[in-house]
Design a binder for this molecule. Structure first.
Ligand SMILES: Nc1ncnc2c1ncn2[C@@H]1O[C@H](COP(=O)(O)OP(=O)(O)OP(=O)(O)O)[C@@H](O)[C@H]1O
Ligand SMILES: [Mg+2]
Length: 317
């Protein structure tokens, strides 16, 4: 099967940019109907990558293709196949939901009869039917994102590119947005979505982790989890100070970092090591009469994978 989005050696250095390039030698191949997540922290190069693939920005080196068209040399041909929702995308706040959809349909030259059908589809799909006369500026954050998504899909693009669609959205709307994205992908649309939230990577078919302009790894969430040579133990005990000291004194804990009010311990990937560490912690906690709330082995999260890959050792506080 031919890739719907293909990127080879993509590199961008902005004219005003000093030091390293914004993105450096990015390679991606995304198939039809895939929900692909580009995950990385602030400044990783997500927007730069998505802009080039969306034909909005020209690369310094390398090639990107969408639906078989070169996004630089054949931008005009590629464009009708792309629905792009930029980061901080703003709708027209004074226009109603319906008027916004109509505006984007006209902008993308959707034929009149198709426009009527598609507008209805989008309204029911995003559950915005009841709000179609409401001005976009008066919608909640989550509803605004859904409308922006509908506007990006109004012309039936084969490829949907979304730059941080869930940033600034409450958790319930975030979940709803991801359910909608899964549905869109199941209908055969190829989706490339960026996010700074590691946990959202779990919702993608495949994930590319981006850091300082480089792709660190690509794979399904399961593959990425299985590829790290560590096991994770979660601990929560009181008093916290004693818990931290005991963890610090326990052998075979390679690294630990606070997450919420728990500690996440990194242990070498063998059953016997995990057992030894659990036993040692249990004994130490008991000896010092700590109140143990949590002590369990958990599966590595996408954040654990990322932390491992960047080799960052977040020092205990
Ligand atoms: N127009 C520009 N001129 C110069 N440098 C830029 C420009 N746009 C982005 N950069 C730099 O390129 C790098 C990648 O930026 P980019 O916006 O692609 O990252 P990002 O992953 O989208 O980050 P964020 O999470 O903040 O949206 C950063 O170092 C940024 O400062
Ligand atoms: Mg960005």
């Amino acid at each position: 099967m031919e890739a719907k989005i293909k990127v080879e050696h993509l590199t961008k250095k902005y004219q005003s940019q000093k030091g390293n390039a914004a993105i450096d030698d990015i390679n991606l191949s995304i198939h039809q109907g895939e929900l692909f997540g580009l995950v990385g922290p602030d400044g990783a190069g997500k927007t730069t990558t998505l802009r080039i693939i969306s034909t909005v920005l020209e690369q310094s080196n390398g090639v990107a293709w969408v639906a078989g068209f070169d996004t630089k040399k054949e931008a005009e041909k590629a464009r009708p196949h792309i629905g792009y929702m930029p980061q901080n995308f703003s709708l027209y706040p004074d226009l109603s939901v319906l008027e916004n959809l109509n505006f984007f349909a006209n902008l993308n030259q959707v034929p009149k009869t198709r426009k009527q059908v598609r507008t209805q589809e989008m309204l029911s799909f995003t559950r915005l039917e009841r709000f179609k006369s409401r001005r976009a500026g008066k919608l909640s954050g989550g509803m605004k994102k859904k409308l922006a998504l509908a506007c990006a899909l109004i012309h039936d693009p084969e490829v949907l590119i979304l730059d941080e669609p869930s940033t600034g959205v409450d958790p319930v709307s975030r979940r709803e947005l991801w359910v909608i994205l899964s549905e869109v992908a199941k209908q055969g649309v190829t989706i490339l979505v960026s996010t700074p939230y590691m946990d959202e990577a779990e919702r993608c078919n495949r994930v590319g982790m981006l850091y300082e302009g480089h792709i660190l790894t690509i794979g399904t969430p399961k593959e990425l989890r299985e590829n790290i040579p560590y096991e994770i133990i979660e601990v929560k005990a009181k008093p916290r100070k004693a818990m931290r000291r005991i963890v610090g004194e326990t052998n075979e804990i390679l690294d630990w970092r606070p997450v919420g009010d728990q500690l996440r311990l990194t242990i070498l990937d063998t059953d016997s090591t995990v057992k030894r560490v659990m036993k040692s912690l249990t004994q130490s906690f008991r000896r010092e009469s700590l109140d143990v709330r949590v002590l369990r082995q958990v599966k590595p999260s996408m954040e654990d994978v990322f932390v491992h890959l960047i080799g960052s050792q977040v020092s205990p506080q």
